[in-house]
Design a protein around this ligand. Structure first.
Ligand code: GLU
Length: 474
């Protein structure tokens, strides 16, 4: 091997995550990033973030910030000592071209002047698809419009993949692939490998869709670095129909889940259960356990179903595990807009918080559960009101409840007893009886438990709202 890179950091595993900044951050990308991060942490290695920004037609600077923010949200913290970067592929362009020239000088690559039409004609004539190596021995000099092609040797390329095992590629199926376009710009495979070599990457863990690139990249690694990295190709995520998650069809943006109020810990735990299971029967495990137990060799070969219902159920579990204080803090981004700011009282939210925590799967569901406490009037849902007051007994029983609760102790228990007593008098079940009272005071037909809600709302406001509802019901 003639081209051994001298500055390989011996001993320190170096992983990398190499997204292209072309859109929202895909949940599949988040999983790949997590794999690399966790492997770097468990080996006391390095996680390199490289932004592959060479496709100028699709890149936008805002997406780079989006990647950094999304990574930080799932705990991949740019300030952690294991984190290195971000590096930008575009900054390494001279090295890509220099590597191509080196391959040309050593005879591993050659120039070709065939147009794509000519290539197609030759393929048609021979009946063999693809480029046939026509210029291999023509010894063309570099020149405008000439592409540089890698001379693929005969034989097979064997890729040892940590997830998929031994994967063989017949070199006859890999045509002499292009390294530099006719305008001199490098092709993805070249840029990607040169960057990995420059950054002393030891492990390439990425999505399965890159596997077809791997034999070509492995040849470039051997030719340029005299070594190959450890490869691991991670199966794709699919939707309920077992189709690959797509931007057009599916909800794939990590940002969207964040904005709906998925907790980052729940997202990390859920993503890590896709194609991998922690030992034992439990799926909900903390991050330290994941870092301790995760193994690439235990990752499943088949695609993994990204099940939003299951994610929400994980999230519900994580929400319930928070202390009320933590829950209130986690809700912070959702606590504005629904009510006049000056009416919001954190201590009031804190009192009802334990009852809200058990009833939501997403933090974005919280405002509509607590807004009745911070609005001047109950936010009446007309349909719910009509339904709740659509019986003969609704108004008389609500009046009777009002009378009973206007004096005496004010607690969830005493409120419940009062309503039960009215139910017994009027022969209406407690469950039914709650409906008009709930709509009158909270505006809605669903919410946190009613008597606890009223305890927090307070007697004066509860009575006032009941009076308003009785007037409205006429
Ligand atoms: N930039 C490529 C992508 O976003 C990743 C290439 C790699 O991981 O090797 O799909």
């Amino acid at each position: 091997m003639s081209h051994v890179v001298s500055n390989v950091v011996q001993g320190t595993p170096r992983y990398r995550f190499a997204p292209s900044p072309t859109g929202f951050f895909h949940v599949g990308g988040a999983r790949t990033a997590l794999y690399n991060w966790i492997l770097a942490l468990q080996s006391n290695g390095v996680f390199v973030l490289r932004i592959e920004d060479t496709d100028e037609s699709r890149n936008e600077p805002q997406w780079t910030q989006g990647i950094i923010d999304a990574l930080a949200w799932i705990g991949i913290d740019g300030n952690d000592p294991h984190f290195e970067g971000p590096y930008f592929q575009s900054a390494n362009a001279p090295a890509h071209v220099a590597a191509a020239h080196k391959l040309y000088e050593s005879g591993r690559a050659y120039y070709c002047d065939l147009t794509s039409e000519q290539i197609q004609e030759r393929a048609k004539a021979s009946g063999k698809p693809g480029y046939d190596g026509f210029s291999r021995d023509r010894k063309l000099e570099p020149g405008p419009g000439r592409v540089l092609r890698f001379r693929v040797p005969e034989g097979v390329t064997v890729v040892h993949d940590e997830v998929r095992g031994r994967v063989e590629f017949d070199n006859a199926t890999l045509e002499d692939f292009v390294l530099l376009r006719g305008n001199g710009s490098p092709i993805f495979n070249l840029a990607n490998v040169v960057d990995d070599i420059t950054m002393n990457i030891t492990h390439v863990v990425r999505a399965e869709e890159h596997l077809p690139n791997t034999p070509k990249q492995q040849m470039l690694w051997e030719a340029l670095a005299g070594r190959v990295p450890v490869w691991a190709h991670v199966p794709v995520l699919v939707n309920e129909q077992r189709k690959k998650l797509s931007k057009r069809r599916d909800k794939v943006a990590l940002e969207q889940y964040r904005d709906e109020g998925v907790l980052p810990d729940a997202m990390v735990n859920y993503l890590m259960t896709l194609g991998w299971a922690p030992p034992g029967d439990v799926e909900i495990v903390d991050f330290a356990t994941i870092v301790r137990e995760f193994k690439l060799s235990a990752v499943n070969h088949s695609s993994a179903f990204f099940d939003i219902k299951k994610l929400n159920s994980f999230n519900g579990d994580y929400i319930r595990k928070l202390s009320p204080d933590q829950f209130v803090a986690a809700c912070e981004p959702w606590l504005s807009g629904g009510w006049p700011e000056e009416r919001f009282d954190r201590s009031v939210f804190l009192r009802i918080a334990p009852h809200v925590q058990t009833r939501v799967a997403l933090l974005s569901e919280v405002p509509s559960m607590i807004d009745f406490l911070f609005l001047a009037e109950a936010p009446i849902d007309e349909a719910a009101f009509g339904k709740a007051f659509g019986t003969e007994w609704a108004v008389p029983t609500l009046r009777a409840i009002r009378d009973r609760i206007s004096t005496g102790e004010w607690s969830a228990d005493s409120l419940k007893s009062a309503v039960e007593a009215v139910g017994a008098e009027h022969d209406v079940k407690l469950g039914k009886l709650q409906a008009p009272l709930r709509v009158a005071t909270t505006g809605r037909s669903v919410g946190p438990p009613l008597f606890e809600s009223l305890e927090v709302l307070g007697r004066e406001e509860t009575l006032r709202r009941i009076d308003a509802a009785l007037t409205r019901a006429g």
